[in-house]
Design a protein around this ligand. Sequence first.
Ligand code: FES
Length: 69
Amino acid sequence: MIVCLCHRISDRDIQVAVKSGTASFDELQDDLRVATACGCCRDSALEVFSACACSGASSGAAPAASACH
Ligand code: FES
């Protein structure tokens, strides 16, 4: 599913970024540029990022727990 139409970023792209060590939403924005144009996708992108950071990135080093409230 495409989350960010401006940069054509999918939920899978976000998932891959989290699994490869992206630990914060700011870092995700630096890497993928998600939510850096019109900003419409910010809430959705944040939701996907939080879900991935909390549950999907258990392949070794734990991500920063700051995204899991
Ligand atoms: S849809 Fe993501 S910045 Fe516009």
